[in-house]
Design a protein around this ligand. Structure first.
Ligand SMILES: [Fe+2]
Length: 202
């Protein structure tokens, strides 16, 4: 969900001395509830957060603090999208800078749409949010048209729908290809991981 074109015009975010400063999940959810009245959009962020957290723990051997970092980036990456569509990304970045949040979290959010925000994903966390963002939304759209939703959903059917450009046409397939090319993972692997980890998010 990064349709807005807004070049941020900078590549440094937050302050190095704030490394390690996070917020509680409770505070992040409170911010989300206040900034994002749209339940569907809130769900999107919760899904990306769940997938990010699971990836950090299962694939990156992250400790609790690092996993929270990945989760917070996912949870807040579109927090300003509903209220500030023309300033999407800038507003949440400035808010997190004001709150002295860890620069890695802020950079991750700033780089989740390189074409739109002009910030390149650098860390593993940056690259994974970019990979997960569009695909997570796409998979949810695919689940919504199935009578059993996520139940019995398989990777093959998602790949087939991705090739059907008229389905969820707003999901930019080039962004997905670009994001994947910056990792060593296959589309199949990522789709499988997303289905498994966002299916129960409410
Ligand atoms: Fe998103």
């Amino acid at each position: 969900m990064s349709e807005t074109i807004l070049q941020l015009g900078r590549s440094q975010f937050g302050k190095p001395e704030n490394a390690g400063n996070l917020m509680t999940l409770e505070d992040a959810h409170a911010l989300l509830n206040e900034w994002v009245p749209n339940e569907r959009l809130r769900l999107h962020m919760k899904q990306v957060a769940a997938v990010m957290k699971a990836w950090a723990i299962e694939k990156e051997n992250a400790d609790e603090h690092t996993a929270l970092k990945w989760e917070l980036a996912g949870l807040l990456h579109d927090a300003d999208w509903e209220k500030y569509p023309n300033d999407h990304c800038r507003v949440i970045i400035e808010k997190l800078e004001e709150m002295n949040i860890d620069p890695e979290v802020i950079h991750c959010i700033a780089s989740h749409g390189p074409k739109y925000f002009g910030v390149q994903p650098e860390t593993k966390m940056d690259k994974m949010i970019y990979v997960f963002d569009e695909l997570s939304g796409f998979i949810h759209a695919a689940a919504l048209i199935r009578p059993t939703r996520y139940e019995g959903m398989d990777v093959k059917s998602v790949l087939k729908k991705l090739k059907t450009l008229s389905f969820a046409a707003q999901v930019n397939r080039d962004d997905i290809t670009d994001a994947l090319s910056r990792t060593n993972y296959s589309l199949e692997e990522i789709v499988d991981f997303i289905i498994a980890h966002q299916k129960d998010v409410q």
